[in-house]
Design a protein around this ligand. Structure first.
Ligand code: ADP
Length: 746
């Protein structure tokens, strides 16, 4: 061996010695399965080893001796043999005869072993630290509990869990669900309150305990006569609807577990759909719960979120049942037509399961994760329109249509139901405020134009509020008065200035408060008059002259459309200017109505000569003219084919320069060949025309059958004109017949 080599070997052997000494001192020793147990003594022990200091000192001394006496190359062999190394590594060690190589390999192995021991030690320290922390917490908690027990203060989590368990026991869960709940409860008991998941587990169990698994409203013998009286006292008119409800109740009486159809009330807002449903609940003696489905797009809204989601909760149905706390309520699925579907699933398909009597005895809410029996729930649905309801869902329901009220019906509803209710809600009585029939009529005609009675009720409430201000102020003002007092409200004076009815009263000082109010009540009921209407409700919003003013110029026609709010009168405006023969359409139109406009223009162009429009005043429809058609109320989206005849009439009026009759409105789809096809919503449309003071309505011939649904009182005031072809419509729409007739007469 050369000097250089010696040197290197010396360094290496020194390095190994030093390294080994460091390893020995920094570790508590690893399992060293080696033959030379004697020499290495206590290094065969494990982590759990708890040596006394004396033993440690002995060990250190022995190691020192070992390091000093055993030659380096042997030492390397001894330790490498004690490590857990792979077979290849063992072979490579045996293979290295050269001392330098062997030592360098051994150093590498010792180094690796050292690293792993260090990491293991770090982890052990950490775990020990945590353990001792939780042990400490446990100890403190035990102490706290002992102190609380000593103080007699039992309001801790443990007791809460016990209370929860008691609640769960009395919830009457079916046995399989009880087992599931118990499993969850056992989990909860093992958790610390600070532990993640404790709260969610607890909220879940609370829900299980709160749900009405068995609890039901007591079913009393159904008295059909009383139910009928109840319906009659709550709702005016609606004879057919009430009859159908009575039939429904009669079937339930004869066969309480009958799986009758789900009733679905369809009609514009404010026609009494919700209040009819609550009347059904009252007649059945059951609790009523309303679940609003308007705008529900996520299936999870119906079925709930799985508990793995953060912030997960049950669906609206389960939530509603929890609120109502009985398993057999009347549940109103409000606005079922407003559910949409998107990427988050299809709520309508979840509703299918709910409404299907075959499936709903085991409704599966994702959050609840156990089946819930919905078969005892009486479902009633409401919708504004039928079209958006998916056919399979519609198939499970029996549709009952509520078309809207005539002004006469509204007047009766107002006088019999709305006014008494509004007065009561505002703490008034008929001795304090009187709204004469003529004024209610005025409100119906001039301030509201709706199918239902919601705006009417709101307007009546506004009048009641104004009166309430006066009464409240007067009752306040009297005790402060000295000798005599003028009872007038500055607030109401502002509203009832010039000409408004302002009451002035002289009340003697001596009378007490009660006498004052009764004296006041007898002396001065506030009677609503036109001036007060105008002050409180503002200037009238509608009048009958609107149609006449709108059709004063040629190119405008009056159509009848059907919206979610019932029927409505819709004007169509057309104008022409120099251009390239293009058609411009405005007013937020859908594809179908745009196509109707194209068809209308094509038909008028094709028939221009027949209609003698091309010749009239030298206008040529065929060349060099752009046509613009606008549907006013431009912010409201419109669609549907029923504006066909209205569009043609507007165009004929424009090109013939003849005005359409102001007392006439029309509806009907038109084919390219000029045939008039039937349309939907006839009843609502005729009611709308009636509301707006229209006297004549042009309808497709094939809609004749729909007239039976229109109240006779409305039909008696109107002339219904039936049309088979577009020419029939034009014949009726213009004063003195269709424009071409006039030309042909010339
Ligand atoms: P909808 O659910 O159809 O939108 P609501 O049931 O909320 O309408 O009815 C609105 C208001 O009109 C309620 O106060 C209701 O009592 C009243 N109402 C509607 N129709 C009638 C009627 N035929 N008789 C008495 N009140 C009615």
């Amino acid at each position: 061996m050369e000097a250089g080599e010696h040197n290197t070997l010396g360094q290496l052997s020194f390095g190994f010695h030093g390294f080994f000494l460091f390893w020995m001192l920094t570790t508590k020793g690893e399992a060293l399965a080696m033959e030379d147990v004697d020499t290495l003594g206590c290094y065969t022990c494990t982590h759990a080893c708890t040596h006394t200091n004396m033993q440690k000192q002995k060990t250190e001394g022995r190691t020192k001796v070992l390091l000093e006496t055993v030659p380096v190359h042997k030492l390397a062999d001894i330790f490498v043999a004690s490590f857990e190394i792979s077979f290849e590594e063992q072979l490579s060690m045996l293979d290295s005869v050269d001392l330098k190589v062997r030592l360098s390999k051994a150093t590498e192995l010792v180094d690796r072993h050292l690293q792993s021991i260090r990491v293991a030690e770090k982890i052990t320290q950490k775990v020990e630290g945590q353990l001792s922390k939780s042990q400490k917490e446990f100890l403190l908690r035990q102490q706290m509990r002992a102190i609380k027990e000593e103080l007699g203060d039992n309001d801790d989590d443990e007791d809460d869990v016990a209370a929860l368990e008691r609640k769960m026991q009395s919830a009457g869960m079916p046995s399989n669900i009880w087992k599931h709940a118990q499993r969850e409860l056992r989990r909860l008991k093992k958790m610390q309150p600070q532990q993640p998941g404790y709260n969610s587990s607890r909220v879940y169990l609370e829900l299980l305990a709160d749900l009405p698994w068995q609890k039901a409203s007591e079913e009393h013998e159904l008295d059909l006569k009383a139910a009928k009286e109840h319906l009659d006292s709550d709702h005016y008119g609606l004879v057919k609807v009430k009859q159908r409800i009575i039939e429904y109740l009669a079937v339930r009486k004869l066969k309480p577990d009958a799986r009758g159809p789900v009733l679905c009330f369809v009609g514009p807002p404010g026609v009494g759909k919700t209040s009819l449903a609550s009347s059904i609940a009252a007649a059945l003696g059951r609790k009523f719960v309303r679940i609003s489905l308007g705008g529900v797009k996520d299936e999870a809204d119906i079925r709930g979120h799985r508990r793995t989601y953060i912030g997960s909760m049950p669906g609206r149905l389960i939530d509603g049942l929890k609120r109502v706390a009985v398993c057999n309520p009347v549940m109103l699925l409000d606005e079922i037509d407003k559910t949409g579907s998107d990427v988050r699933g299809d709520p309508a398909s979840a509703l299918l399961e709910v409404l299907d009597p075959e499936q709903n005895n085991a409704f599966n809410d994702h959050y609840l994760n156990v089946p819930f029996d919905l078969s005892k729930v009486v479902f009633v649905a409401t919708a504004n329109r039928l079209q958006p309801i998916p056919p399979p869902l519609l198939d499970r329901m029996e549709v009952i249509e509520l078309p809207g009220y005539t002004p006469e019906e509204k007047l009766k509803i107002a006088m019999r139901h709305l006014i008494p209710r509004v007065l009561e809600q505002h703490g008034l009585s008929s001795e304090l405020l009187q709204i004469p029939e003529a004024m209610v009529k005025h409100v119906i005609q001039r301030y509201t134009r709706e199918a239902g009675v919601r705006h009417l009720e709101r307007n009546l409430a506004a009048l009641a509020r104004a009166a309430a201000v006066r009464v409240a102020e007067q009752e306040q003002a009297v005790p402060l008065s000295k000798d005599v007092h003028r009872l007038a409200s500055p607030l109401l004076e502002n509203r009832l200035a010039d000409g408004g009815e302002v009451e002035m009263e002289v009340i003697p000082m001596a009378v007490n408060n009660h006498e004052i109010s009764s004296a006041f009540r007898i002396a001065s009921p506030l009677v609503v008059d036109e001036a007060m209407l105008e002050k409180v409700l503002g200037p009238p919003r509608f009048d009958d002259r609107e149609a006449a003013e709108r059709v004063a110029t040629p190119g405008v026609s009056v159509g009848l459309v059907w919206t979610a709010f019932g029927g409505e009168v819709q004007f169509v405006e057309a104008t022409a200017m120099v251009g390239k023969g293009e058609l411009h359409l405005t007013g937020q139109l859908g594809d179908v109505i745009k196509e109707s406009a194209q068809i209308a223009l094509t038909w008028v162009r094709a028939r221009a000569t027949d209609l003698k429009l091309a010749a009239s005043e030298g206008i040529s429809l065929l060349e060099g003219r752009d046509v613009h058609i606008h549907f006013p109320a431009g912010a409201v989206p419109k669609d549907g084919p029923s504006a066909g005849v209205t569009l043609v009439t507007a165009l004929v009026s424009l090109f013939s320069q003849q005005r359409m009759r102001a007392d006439t409105a029309m509806t009907g789809e038109m084919t390219l060949r000029g045939l008039v096809l039937p349309v939907g919503g006839v009843k609502d449309k005729i009611l709308a025309a009636h509301r707006c003071g229209v006297k004549r309505v042009i309808l497709p011939q094939r809609n004749l059958k729909d007239l039976v649904e229109v109240p006779t009182a409305v039909l008696a005031n109107m002339e219904i004109l039936l049309a088979k072809r577009m020419e029939d419509v034009l014949e009726q729409a213009f004063e003195g017949g269709c424009p071409w007739r006039q030309h042909s007469k010339l």
